[in-house]
Each structure stands twice: as structure tokens, then as C-alpha cells.
Design a protein around this ligand. Sequence first.
Ligand SMILES: [Zn+2]
Length: 250
Amino acid sequence: MLRRLLAASLPRLAPAARILPHRPAAYACDVLVARGAFVSSWRRYSAPSAERPAATCPQCSAPLPSALPACTQCYFVGKLDPAHTYHDLLGMSYEPNPFAMDSEALKQSYRRLMRVVHPDRWHGKGEGKVEAAQTLSSGIVAAYQKLENPMLRIQYILEHEGFPITEDDSGGDPEILHETMEYHEMIDEADTPEKLQAIGSEISEKIETVMEEITTLVGQKRWEDSKKAAVRLKYLLGIRTALSGQGFEH
Ligand SMILES: [Zn+2]
């Protein structure tokens, strides 16, 4: 909480703090709290979905402890509903903005679900229960991995909305390709840590900007524009990976 308040009170984070190659999970949240203007929308969008009524167990009718078909009263365990979004599964709101994500709430929800399907809980509760719980567990892990990573999250949202990023989208924009090539050359030619640091700061700033753009575009359901911004994010993240390969650390 202190970190959030601190971040929100600063117009911009210090450059070093904005380069987060090892913290993809926290990035979306950090970006959104980094600028005061986004704090209110971040709070509004990122609340876990509490409004959905709790489902009940089909076997004993007890309220289920999570969105999972797993009852910790009678040890009924079912299969995941393929119609559920990853957001549904992890108890996060898809509307009004599936891209805006409170990383901390997501992590807490993930941990809570993993406790529900933990093998120890299902051991000795009947034939096939542990295996069924493990199947749910794999589904939760897959959903969490998609949602905690901004790039995978926007790819998932675009797919879900019927606008998947294709090969053509990824390789088609000459402007992005040109910019990317220039950065890769700059990284190759950078002969001091200061030069790498400068490139890193520039890239982090661009990533921050494009993440804000994606948040806005997704909120407005402008899927084609969201896709273009997502492709740009992909290239920028690639440049940041190249920087990490050069020993650049935050
Ligand atoms: Zn039950």
C-alpha cells in the first residue's frame, strides 16, 4: 500500500524504478499507478468481481468457495466450464476493462484457488479426486500465467474478442520494424553501461506509454487499434529482452 501511495504521489517514477525486466507480473499495476491520472480508473477497473453471486455445489448445494467447480464441504469436483474466461476463473472482472489488472488482487485470488485444489485437501476423499483437482489446478495455472503477463493478457483478450494477432499483423508495419532495427543497432553499438541505461530508460518509457494506450483502447473496445498497440508492445518488450541479454539491469 505504501508503495502504491508513494508511486501515485510522484508524477513519474525514477527511471531506474521503471525498468522492470524481472517483474512482469507487477508491471501493469505499476504502470497504471505511476501516473496520477490513472489511479482512479485503475481502482475502478481492477476490483475483483464481487458482484457475481456465489455458485452453489451441484451435489450438496453449499455455496462454492470459489468460481471453481470444487466443493470443500462434500468434496464434489467437476470440470472447468469452457465458456468461462480466464478472468471468470480467477474471479477478476472482465468488464469494463479486461486489460486493466490489479496484479496484487490477481495474485491473492490465484493463491486462494490453489489452496482449494491443493492435493492434500483431496487426498483420501474418493477415487479420482486428487487427479480431478489437479486438472483444475493446471487450468488455474494456465489462466494465471496469461493474465499476469501484460503481453499474454492482451493477446488473450484480442483472441477472445475475435481479433487475434496474426503473422501478418506482427510483421506488417514497416515503421515498427524500422524502429526496432534501429534500437537493436544502438544496443549492439552501446559501449558503456550509461548508454545502455539511456536506451533502457527510453524503452521503459515507451512501454509505459503503450501500456496506457492499450488500457484506454481496450476500455473503448477499439480492437483493431488495440491490436496495433499490442504489436508495438511486443516489439518493445523484445528490445528490452535484448537489453537484458547485454547485461543491462535495473
Ligand atoms: Zn458440495
